[in-house]
Each structure stands twice: as C-alpha cells, then as structure tokens.
Design a protein around this ligand. Structure first.
Ligand SMILES: Cc1c2[nH]c(c1CCC(=O)O)Cc1[nH]c(c(CCC(=O)O)c1C)Cc1[nH]c(c(CCC(=O)O)c1C)Cc1[nH]c(c(C)c1CCC(=O)O)C2
Length: 352
C-alpha cells in the first residue's frame, strides 16, 4: 500500500481529511477552519490573557492547549498548529512583533543587500519549541490529523519589506521589478527558512502541511510565475517525498490557481470569489480543492448559512477531493456556535 511507512508513523495517515487531500473515497467531506484557534473562542481569550502572541507561540504547553480547543469544541476533522507565519523569520534573527489588531510589525524592514544579513538560515534548534509542541499534539490527537504550516516566500517578503501589513504591496513590488536580483536573493533565503521550518514539523509528526501565500493574489499570473513560483516550488518540491499532502492557499488568486497547483500542491486552497467547480477545472484532475465559504456568511441568518454550505459542497463534488473550509480565516467576531453547526451540517449533508 502506498505510504505504508507514513501510515505506521502517523496514526492519522488514513484519516478522512488526508484521504480527501489525496482524492480517495471518504465517508463524508472533512472540514476544518483557517484561524479556528483564536479570538472567536472565549477559552482562547482566557488562556491568552496577558501573554503576547509570539510568547504564546513559543510555549509548547500553551500551543498544544490552544490548538486542541477548536477540536474539542467543534469536532473538526483536523487540527492546525497554533503558530504564526512570522515565527520562523523571528527565529532566524529578524526583530519583529505581532501587534493585536495589526499583525506582524518588523522593527527594521529589509530593503537592501546588506539587510539580507539579518536573515540567517534556520536550524532545527531555533524552533525546538515547535518540534516539542507538535510531538505533544500528535500524541494527544491520535487519529485526528495535525496540519503544519508556513508562510510562502512572497507573503513573508511583503511583511519584511513593507515592515508591516500593506494594502498595495508597493515597496515589495518596487523591489521585485526594480531590483530583481535582490528580490530573488531574499526569496531564496525565505524559501530555505520555510522549507526547514516545515521539515521540522513533518519530522515531529504532522499529517499535512499548508503553505500560506495569503497576499499572492496581488500579482498577475505572468509575474507570479516569474518572481514567485520558483521559490514556492522549491518549498513544496522539497517536501515531495515527505509522505504528507501539501496544501497551497492564497486570497484573491483566481488568476493564479493553475500556477499554484503547478508549484507542487496536492490540494489548492480557494477563497470565496471562485466557485470550487471552476477552481477544480483550473487545477486539474490530479489535485483536490479546499474551501470556500465566505467567512462573512457566518453572520447571516442560519437559513442562508445552510444554503451556502450546501452550495459549496455541491460545487466541491466536481473535484477529485474536497476539504471544506472557509475562503479565508474565521473573523474574530464570529459566533463559535455557528461554526459548530457548520461542522455538523457538512458531515451530515455530505455523508455517503
Ligand atoms: C497573513 C498571516 C499572518 N499569520 C498567518 C497568516 C496566513 C493566513 C491568513 O492569510 O490569514 C497564519 C496564522 N496565524 C495564526 C494561525 C493559527 C492557526 C489557525 O487556527 O489557522 C495561522 C495559520 C494565528 C494568529 N495570528 C495572529 C493571531 C491574532 C493574535 C491574537 O490573538 O492576539 C492569531 C490567533 C496575528 C496575526 N498574524 C498575521 C495577521 C494578519 C494577524 C492578525 C492581526 C490581528 O488581527 O490581530 C499574519
């Protein structure tokens, strides 16, 4: 049987979630939510009180507790490691913080060749806290899969170059178009850091990985293929023999879905703007899709939520495998009871 070694080491290797990622038959469509651990949960706000985000990410006991909270509450089919995309770059020497309500803020943005020296290669001891947290979680979760993740080079580069969140990514694009050698040198370093970070998580036992290229939708297909795809392909290709499915996700990426699949994904994550049957035609018959309920729909009356969940399930049937998710992360104001109801509805409406 394919993947039998992975199966022995990873009790969740034959889970409904991993099977759907691989396009195999499943008893029901699996479901999890990006940002399922976080501010929508009162139990999260309680354990996080007074503890800065990056510090929480570095405490394995806290990481394990926060990761498990949505699994206990909602009965989702997968857990996602509680961390952040900037954790490995902080561990690789960049002075940054995660500010509530804003996101990552970099003390001294990276804009010149000399600045690159502040980004050294990542070694496993730099992120031993992640190794420890994953091991604790895999033991606790048993047959429930744990998803590891990292930020993709473009999205990480945007934070490092802009110094924080950006609507236009103007400084990022200025480097990409104006100093392509520096751009490729920066993305090359970020790709190495990201790959090492994901390898640590795979070695510690995660059952799948998701590469978040949240802001890649700001690019045309031609520029994505020229400036970004080779670096993301280095990360995803480096995990080709790891025995775990690779999910590749971005927001506003209708024009990039084919390329994001070609970068080396087993599953392409889709936001709510593109129907899953359209997305599946773009990524082809060898890849599954993940998504794509609009997170804002969760604020509508239940009858609307139900109709939209059923529509997403119906459109997802066009793909060889479908992992139900939102089109982007859970918004902090979301009523967690609605999320629990969505999980039950997905399971019931997709049962076969
Ligand atoms: C772009 C990005 C970031 N971080 C991440 C991305 C890619 C996914 C996406 O597109 O949303 C990835 C991420 N960040 C977090 C997770 C946890 C796992 C999960 O449940 O999905 C994941 C997968 C926790 C977090 N990361 C962050 C929080 C909130 C911090 C808090 O609770 O104080 C959480 C739970 C902080 C963060 N970190 C970042 C942002 C934009 C923010 C939000 C700022 C805010 O609104 O407060 C950068």
């Amino acid at each position: 049987m394919e993947g039998s070694a992975a199966h022995r080491e990873r009790p969740a290797a034959d889970s409904v979630f991993v099977r759907a990622c691989r396009g195999r038959t499943v008893p029901h469509t699996p479901v999890w939510f990006m940002r399922q651990a976080g501010r929508s949960l009162p139990e999260y706000r309680k354990v996080r009180a007074g503890i800065p985000m990056l510090e929480a990410c570095r405490r394995p006991d806290l990481v394990a507790e926060i990761t498990l909270q949505p699994v206990r509450r909602h009965g989702v089919d997968a857990a996602i490691l509680f961390s952040d995309i900037v954790v490995p770059v902080a561990a690789a020497g960049v002075d940054l913080d995660i500010e509530p309500g804003t996101g990552p803020v970099v003390a001294e943005p990276i804009r010149t060749e000399a600045d690159l020296d502040r980004l050294r290669p990542l070694t496993p001891p730099d992120v031993s806290f992640v190794d420890e947290a994953v091991r604790l979680l895999v033991a606790e979760l048993g047959a429930i899969p744990l998803i590891g993740f990292a930020g993709a080079p473009f999205t990480l580069a945007s934070y490092l170059i802009e110094g924080g969140p950006s609507r236009t990514h103007a400084k990022t694009k200025a480097m990409m178009y104006g100093a392509p050698e520096l751009w490729h040198a920066l993305c090359g370093r970020l790709a190495d850091i990201t790959l090492e970070f994901l390898r640590v998580q795979v070695a510690a036992g995660v059952s799948a990985v998701q590469l978040f290229d949240s802001w890649a939708g700001a690019l045309s297909d031609a520029d994505y293929r020229r400036f970004v795809l080779p670096h993301s392909a280095h990360v995803l290709g480096g995990l080709a023999g790891a025995g775990v499915p690779r999910i590749h996700f971005g927001v506003g990426t209708a024009q990039l879905l084919t390329a994001m699949g070609e970068a080396g994904a087993d599953v392409v994550g889709v936001d709510w703007r593109t129907p899953l049957d359209t997305a599946s035609a773009l990524v082809g018959p060898d890849r599954s899709v993940q998504g794509n309920l609009d997170p804002s729909v969760l604020f509508a009356p239940w009858a609307v939520v139900e109709r939209e969940v059923r529509r997403v399930l119906a459109e997802g049937r066009a793909a060889p495998g479908h992992v139900f998710n939102l089109g982007h992360g859970v918004l902090p104001e979301t009523d967690p009871e609605v999320l629990t109801r969505v999980v039950a509805l997905v399971h019931e409406a997709s049962a076969r």
